[in-house]
Design a protein around this ligand. Structure first.
Ligand SMILES: O=C(CCC(O)(O)[C@H](Cc1ccccc1)NC(=O)c1ccccc1)N[C@@H](Cc1ccccc1)C(=O)O
Ligand SMILES: [Zn+2]
Length: 592
């Protein structure tokens, strides 16, 4: 068996090298399409996807010539197990035409989404970025917000409803070919955790009281602003009033909800504009934070090849931000239609976190160039952003003039972070509850939208501001559904990032309250994080988590510790109030 393992190790080295070259070509073709949507580039991308999928399937086929399950070397076994999982490419074996249909449906849906526009009566059309995003963030006009909210759903979700239905059945066929019950079962397998759904439910329940209190407080402030009569008696908040197209983060309505007026503003967007910030400068700030920790700087190729702002030459692009690994250890890029806002400064750090992970694990074999689990990849940049967002750090980089840390300023600050992080929790949880239900058949096509709004009303406590029915397809108005990008990774990330933050703050000898910790320039914290990132997916994720935090389990304790002062304050604010809502949506908004 020794000599076979030797032969197998050699085969793996070759397979990983060939994979690197095949994936490079795939990424180039996908990049060219995403940054210049044309029919020709779409066909080129399609062909590269087929070639890459055939490579994966053939590698998995060849792997079966080794009795790798009996190998004594656990690393060889792990690599063979990953090479054997070909994902949706398994459909190639059964029916190549079906596989081609599957990937062309995703491209079609993602393109419809990326080309979506809302035009007003005067014929002025807005794209999602920056136009509709700015409108949802800044307008305080109920009906203007409603037009944008409805218009976006008409321009995207409604158009892809039938495509999505066909996609679901093909995706499930591929998952079954790959050895799973359905697509959701396959996606959850990446976490390699037997009771994964139970753990998620437990984490959600632990964070739910904080969300209920935030929801009640924000609803009262919104009622004062827009008038009680516009809010349904069921206790829900109309979904278009929260400063975001999907009500997934509420930081843009801080001015409406701020607990103590007259304190130094925590919203640095005006300051960024006043200082003539450019997207390039925003990326430099983030790059500098990473290098201050002793982590890798962005290579020159990154600056040469990235798309850091929306092109102005008329090209159609996929604006939704993403970070790209070209699998040649040199070429890494970000594609982002960066707007000069605090929101986008946070997103810059989020995307940079993905690239830092790429840089840290680039020496791993290609099969291991992934996050320990997908939640890890989403958490890296957000961990740094928690330090960057502190008033002391914003002052240090010149985005805040003065810092006060009396109790009222602390509550204001924690409120601004909670409007991002706590508001997101139910949304991050419900997105794939819906999709897993669609994939496992418990949500039928005839009730896609009804079940979507049941989850939105139950978990988020937001309701549709106008009639919805089954010719609407509101999940399709959120990028990750047409783009077929899983979402539970963000819920996992929001839990993990506070565990990482707490651990790195201890390593950086930050002794103050967790919410004021800034790990800036701590090379000890950087080394601890970097050593975990270098693992990629070569070890089970509990081992990676333990390397940074000392524990092998996800835990909500860190996020609850971070927001403790705000939790106490909100409970006082909401005393005597009903902080729940009726589970069902207000009936008048739902007609089958
Ligand atoms: O979607 C994103 C950011 C884009 C991304 O960086 O997660 C991007 C999404 C994507 C795009 C194309 C194909 C696949 C996924 N993910 C990556 O670029 C990525 C994913 C895995 C590994 C490395 C990079 N954030 C989510 C959630 C979120 C996260 C953090 C702050 C705010 C909001 C959202 O906007 O709803
Ligand atoms: Zn991400």
């Amino acid at each position: 068996i020794k000599s076979e393992q030797g032969r197998a190790a050699q085969w793996l080295r070759d397979a990983n090298d060939r994979a690197g070259r095949v994936y490079y070509n795939l990424q180039v073709a996908r990049w060219v399409y995403a940054t210049n949507i044309t029919k020709f580039n779409g066909e080129r991308q399609h062909n590269a996807s087929i070639m890459s999928a055939e490579f994966d399937r053939e590698a998995a086929e060849n792997a079966t010539s080794f009795a790798w399950e009996n190998f004594t070397d656990s690393d060889l076994r792990r690599q063979f197990r990953k090479i054997s999982d070909v994902g949706s490419a398994a459909l190639l074996r059964k029916d190549k035409a079906k596989y081609e249909r599957l990937i062309s449906l995703v491209t079609k849906m993602e393109t419809t989404y990326s080309e979506g526009q809302v035009c007003d009566k005067k014929g002025t059309c807005l794209d999602l970025e920056p136009g509709l995003t700015r409108l949802m963030a800044t307008s305080r006009n109920y009906s203007e917000l409603l037009d944008a909210w409805k218009g976006w759903r008409d321009a995207t979700g409604r158009k892809i409803r039938d495509d999505y239905k066909e996609f679901v059945s093909l995706s499930n066929e591929a998952a079954v070919e790959n050895g799973y019950r359905d697509t959701g079962d396959y996606w959850r397998s990446w976490y390699d955790t037997a009771d994964f759904r139970d753990q998620l439910e437990q984490l959600y329940e632990e964070m739910k009281p904080l969300y209920l209190n935030l929801h009640a407080y924000v609803k009262n402030k919104l009622k004062a602003k827009y008038g009680e009569s516009l809010f349904p008696p069921s206790g829900h908040i109309p979904a278009h009033l929260l400063g975001n197209m999907w009500a997934q983060s509420w930081n843009n309505i801080f001015d409406i909800v701020e607990p103590f007026a007259g304190k130094p503003s925590v919203d640095v967007t005006p300051k960024m504009k006043e200082l003539n910030y450019t997207p390039r400068r925003m990326f430099n700030i983030s790059d500098e934070f990473f290098t201050s920790l002793g982590l890798e700087a962005m290579p020159q190729e990154f600056w040469d090849h990235s798309m850091l702002e929306k092109p102005t030459d008329g090209r159609k692009v996929v604006c939704h931000a993403s970070a790209w690994d070209f699998y040649n250890k040199k070429d890494f890029r970000i594609k982002q239609c960066t707007d000069i806002t605090m929101d986008d400064l946070i997103t810059v750090h989020h995307e940079m976190g993905h690239v830092e992970y790429y840089l840290q694990y680039k020496e791993q074999p290609v099969v291991y160039r992934r996050g320990a689990n997908p939640g890890f990849h989403e958490a890296v940049g957000d961990v740094l952003a928690l330090s960057v967002s502190t008033p002391t750090h914003l002052k240090e980089i010149g985005l805040l003039d003065n810092v006060t840390n009396d109790n009222e300023s602390v509550i204001n600050y924690l409120m601004s972070i909670a409007l991002d992080k706590i508001a997101f929790i139910p949304f991050g949880y419900l997105m794939d509850q819906w999709r897993w239900g669609v994939f496992n058949g418990s949500i039928k096509f005839e009730e896609y939208n009804k079940e979507w709004w049941k989850l939105r009303c139950k978990y988020q406590g937001v309701s549709p501001p106008i009639h919805r029915n089954e010719s609407d397809f509101d999940p399709g108005a959120k990028y990750h559904i047409p783009a077929n990008t899983p979402y539970i990774r963000y819920f996992v990330s929001y839990v993990l990032q506070f565990q990482f933050h707490e651990a790195l703050c201890n390593t950086a000898n930050q002794t103050g309250p967790l919410h004021m910790c800034d790990i800036y320039r701590s090379t000890e914290a950087g080394a601890k994080l970097g050593n975990m990132l270098k693992l990629g997916s070569s070890k089970p994720w509990p081992e990676a988590l333990e390397k940074v935090t000392g524990t092998r389990n996800m835990s909500a304790n860190a996020i609850l510790l971070y927001f403790k002062p705000l939790i106490d304050w909100l409970k006082v604010q909401n005393q005597g109030q009903t902080i729940t809502w009726s589970e069902e949506c207000p009936i008048e908004y739902y007609t089958t």
